[in-house]
Design a protein around this ligand. Structure first.
Ligand SMILES: Cc1cc2nc3c(=O)[nH]c(=O)nc-3n(C[C@H](O)[C@H](O)[C@H](O)COP(=O)(O)OP(=O)(O)OC[C@H]3O[C@@H](n4cnc5c(N)ncnc54)[C@H](O)[C@@H]3O)c2cc1C
Length: 388
């Protein structure tokens, strides 16, 4: 399905696709050399304008709107076979830099954004805790105000980019009983005493994206570290999720396109019973279903991105896009494995989409939570339970 892209967007798409194919090959191993190589690829992505794509030019970014960014992320996801790396770049940009763009003071923007855009520095966003996943307002991490600083105590889990991060956006409870208005966001330098990062996780999917726990033990941050106002943490977090559910998920559209093209080529080439397997209706219909999943999810995502770019309310469209893209990616990943036969279950590229797609139904708010939110917007569905 052809979008009517402007010549500039078409050129940008082609450039990013070629760059990602050439320079963002997957990581081998997980040792220190791997961490250096991760950072080297990150710098290249920065030079290509990917790590700061939606940040205004005055702070070192490329100033793209959400719609253009979705096209860019789609190209990144198609060209970069390491979907984990693409996911890390997108999480950095949409969950960390965009909150600073939208809620930061001018001083905060000038201090943090240029290095984060250029690829010199990496960001991570810590919300989830062992006891607070979907129930994201029920945080145990506390931030207590004392004179001109806050003291952070608590821990985060599943923090994308934590093992390599130079700066963290951290959500903490400043008024634990106040629910939505009880959270505050902080920008915290990774070198702050009292901040400690755990060992990187071994994940089944998105292996190229480093993830770890983060601990705060009597971690003192200046009052100027507050992002937005005290009590606005949930608003900051919700804003970042809108960016994730649209633009971040576009990397999966690209990954699906790559796998679909490979599957088509395989079905045309692999012969059984004297003919290419693509001539068997069971196989060709499966591939048509893959096309249908991808193209319908893509329309929903681009609609949400267009609305975000236009400043329209996009709560429901972005939730629908997240649902459609993640479910399509799992289904398409399963179908790709099936068309390959036994080759589909070997370690390597064929099963990678399926492994990388499973977490997509969980992060940025699980698909069940998206459905709860859409149901509430439709006037049905249960309200959030009262605070304990
Ligand atoms: C690859 C990856 C990267 C991540 N990166 C980050 C990150 O950078 N920063 C960060 O803060 N977090 C991150 N997360 C964490 C993610 O946001 C949480 O895993 C997610 O919010 C779900 O929380 P949970 O895992 O604790 O599941 P739970 O909330 O415990 O949910 C378990 C199951 O119960 C269901 N459930 C829970 N409540 C309801 C309900 N009310 N109605 C219906 N069903 C319900 C869920 O849908 C799910 O199926 C990441 C997760 C993954 C997988």
């Amino acid at each position: 399905m052809n979008l009517r892209l402007t010549p500039e967007l078409t050129e940008m798409r082609e450039t990013v696709l070629a760059f990602a194919r050439r320079d963002l090959a997957p990581e081998q191993g997980g040792d220190a050399a791997g961490a250096d190589r991760f950072r080297a690829r990150w710098r290249l992505a920065g030079r290509q304008g990917l790590t700061g794509a939606t940040v205004p030019a005055e702070y070192g970014g490329s100033g793209l709107d959400a719609e253009s960014a979705a096209i860019l992320m789609e190209a990144l996801g198609e060209g970069c076979t390491d979907t984990g790396f693409a996911f890390s770049v997108a999480a950095h940009l949409f969950a960390c830099l965009m909150p600073i763009v939208e809620f930061g003071t001018d001083d905060q923007k000038r201090r943090w954004l240029p290095g984060l855009c250029s690829g010199e520095r990496i960001a991570a966003h810590g919300v989830t805790e062992p006891g607070a996943g979907s129930d994201s307002l029920n945080l145990s991490t506390r931030a207590e105000r004392k004179d001109d600083h806050y003291v952070l105590d608590g821990s985060k889990c599943f923090t994308t980019n934590a093992p390599v991060a130079d700066v963290f956006i951290v959500q903490a409870a400043t008024r634990p009983a106040a629910g939505f208005f009880g959270l505050t966001s902080f920008i915290v330098d990774a070198a702050t005493p009292g901040l400690r990062v755990g060992r990187p996780y071994e994940k089944t999917g998105l292996r190229g994206s480093p993830t770890a726990d983060v601990y705060f033990e009597n971690c003192i941050v200046p009052a100027e570290s507050v992002l937005g106002a005290e009590g606005s943490g949930a608003t900051v977090f919700t804003g970042s999720m809108k960016w994730e559910r649209t633009c971040l998920f576009a990397i999966y559209l690209g990954a699906m396109r790559r796998v679909l093209n490979d599957t088509l080529a395989f079905a045309a080439e692999r012969e059984q019973f004297g003919s290419p397997i693509g001539q068997f209706q069971a196989v060709s219909h499966r591939i048509v279903d893959m096309v249908l999943s991808l193209e319908s999810a893509r329309l929903l995502l681009l609609d949400a991105a267009r609305r975000l770019a236009a400043g329209e309310d996009c709560d429901v469209p972005s939730a629908l896009a997240k649902l459609a893209v993640s479910e399509a990616a799992v289904k398409l990943g399963l179908d790709a494995v099936q068309v390959r036969g036994s080759g589909g279950v070997l370690e390597g590229d064929v099963g990678a989409l399926l492994r990388d797609a499973l977490p997509a139904r969980i992060f940025s708010g699980t698909n069940e939570i998206q459905k709860n939110n859409i149901a509430r917007a439709l006037g049905i569905g249960r309200r959030r339970p009262a605070r304990r």
